[in-house]
Design a protein around this ligand. Structure first.
Ligand code: ITT
Length: 194
């Protein structure tokens, strides 16, 4: 029987995407599937801290192997902001449009448009903590392009590509994204730990 592994998320789209990459050897379950409906606090000052908070919360209460992720957009000219505040940069809600407007305004007239997406995964496996990181370097363009994806995708163009993340087919983004890079490292580790 496949090993059960909890992914501390309620985003079933993310769960399916990662289950697909992991294959049959681990049976991923979401928070809802283990009966966890709590609003897990994400109050740490770093992506690493927030990913661990979520994984630890589940491990402490359910005693199950678990991993969690956190992602941020880090803009060089803004000293790495929005970073850990990416989801709630302009306001407390997940208002993607307002978040993009805020970044574009802050970068008005700024020449250095370098930015990166960074995903951190914290895994708690048999009481040990492991981190996996995925980074995509790119730049913030001056106006929105494309309607696919979510979040900051319309203004983020990955290095070496002509299209923004929001102009690429999702299958293309998923091959090169920060999340995919971090997940691939997690999967390599899990497969070697089997
Ligand atoms: P959880 O419920 O899983 O915590 P979340 O919305 O907080 O969902 P993330 O931690 O993955 O999601 O990402 C935080 C924010 O970073 C997210 O709300 C987006 O604004 C932005 N973001 C993350 N991944 C992105 C991507 O692939 N493309 C564009 N923006 C992204």
């Amino acid at each position: 029987m496949a090993n059960e592994l909890i992914f501390a998320t309620n985003n079933l789209h993310k769960l399916a995407e990662i289950q697909h990459i992991i294959g049959d050897s681990f049976n991923l379950k979401s928070l809802g599937q283990i009966g966890c409906f709590d609003d897990i606090p994400e109050t740490a000052p770093s992506l690493e801290g927030n990913a661990l908070l979520k994984a630890q919360y589940v491990f402490d209460r359910f005693g199950k192997n678990c991993f969690a992720d956190d992602t941020g957009l880090e803009v060089e000219a803004l000293d790495g902001r929005p970073g850990v505040f990416s989801a709630r940069y302009a306001s407390d809600g997940h208002d993607f449009e307002a978040n993009i407007d805020k970044i574009l305004n802050e970068l008005l007239g700024v020449e250095n448009r370098a930015a990166r997406f960074r995903t951190v995964i914290a895994l708690i496996l048999n009481n040990d903590i492991h981190y996996f990181e995925g980074i995509v370097n790119g730049e913030i363009i001056t106006e929105r392009k494309g309607v696919k994806g979510f979040g900051y995708d319309p203004v983020f163009r990955p290095l070496g590509h002509e299209l923004t993340f929001a102009e690429m087919p999702l299958s293309e983004k998923n091959k090169i994204s920060h999340r995919a890079l971090a997940v691939n490292k997690l999967v390599d580790f899990l497969n070697s730990a089997k």
